[in-house]
Design a binder for this molecule. Structure first.
Ligand code: ATP
Length: 302
């Protein structure tokens, strides 16, 4: 597969703070990738470097095989960032026409309107008079104006109501269907799961997981069964090791934790084998801090 983006050992320091730490990954043509992670994980910094808005402190970034700042790269790239700055004193249609005129093969106005949900009446208004949600739609339209092959959306649904969110993701899926390469950042696992075919999970500037939504979910929601031995000792440990469903276990704080995808089966095995344990608990994940933060954010999203 053709790599559209290649990051090799990329780091970014802000004074003595490492915002991005040794990132390496490839993004393939036609893929939809979600960059997921809690506040401050480095998502925006990474995007900004790929877009050529920030220089990496270390490492190399290639986009379409070139430096991100290369004009030919910019012509093929569209971005909707968190802050949409909109020109005053221009009507929406004028802003869009202006931006379209910068590109060799702009998207036609009809398609732009259909894709972004801007209404005819919006086009006649001054951009600065639009509501927050309409401004986001305009931001989306501006990102698409050059009919780019590569698209970036930084937390695109923040501040959008449910209808606008749904519409936005429908459009993103439509663009993906046309073979565009899409990268977006989000705090919400659900958004990544619904739309992306790959998730890059960031935590403290580093890439801590990389996989399909199903793979990432199974890591995030992994549960464990834990218990105390009635009488710990070599005999007990041997019996524990001999139980195939319980082999993946470890000790913490005086308890024994069993990692498993199926806590029911693990419990059945404990009872069937009459393993001498007490105080059995089912624990929701041994999530490291990054994953815990993610689940908190997900709850906020509901
Ligand atoms: N211009 C800057 N100067 C100094 N520190 C910065 C700058 N930009 C980002 N940082 C720091 O770098 C770290 C990563 O920030 P970044 O905005 O990339 O995270 P994020 O994952 O996009 O977070 P959020 O979800 O809150 O948008 C944070 O600790 C942030 O405070």
């Amino acid at each position: 597969m053709e790599a559209i983006i290649e990051m090799k050992h990329v780091s970014k320091m802000f004074k003595d703070k490492k915002a991005v730490n040794d990132l390496s990954f490839r993004i393939e043509k036609g893929s939809v990738t979600a960059i997921l992670g809690p506040n401050g994980a480095g998502k925006t910094t990474a995007l900004s470097m790929i877009l050529g808005l920030l220089e990496p402190t270390e490492g190399e970034i290639k986009v379409f095989g070139k430096a991100p700042k290369d004009q030919s790269v910019r012509d093929k790239t569209g971005a909707m960032l968190q802050e949409v700055s909109i020109m005053d004193r221009l009507k929406v249609r004028e802003v869009l026409d202006l931006i379209r005129s910068y590109y060799p093969n702009p998207m036609d106005m009809e398609s732009l309107i259909t894709l972004t949900g801007l209404q005819d009446s919006d086009l006649k208004r001054y951009a600065e008079k639009l509501s927050g949600g309409q401004k986001r739609s305009l931001g989306f339209a501006l990102a698409m104006a050059g009919n780019p092959d590569l698209l970036f959306f930084d937390e695109p649904t923040v501040g959008l109501d449910i209808t606008a969110r749904r519409r936005f993701w429908d459009s993103v899926r439509k663009l993906a269907g046309q073979g565009k390469t899409i990268i977006f950042t989000t705090h919400y696992l659900q958004e990544a799961d619904d739309t992306a075919d790959r998730i890059l999970l960031f935590h403290k500037g580093a890439l801590v997981a990389d996989g399909t939504p199903d793979e990432i979910k199974s890591r995030i929601v992994k549960r464990s069964v834990s218990f105390m031995p009635r009488q710990d000792g070599p005999g007990f440990r041997q019996r524990l090791k001999a139980l195939p469903l319980l082999t993946d276990h470890y000790d913490r704080d005086g308890r024994i934790y069993v990692n498993t995808d199926d806590t029911d089966l693990a419990l059945e095995s404990i009872f069937a084998e009459k393993l001498e344990v007490r105080d059995i608990r089912i624990d929701q994940g041994r999530l490291d801090e990054a994953f815990e933060q993610l689940t908190v954010n997900q709850e906020e999203a509901v």
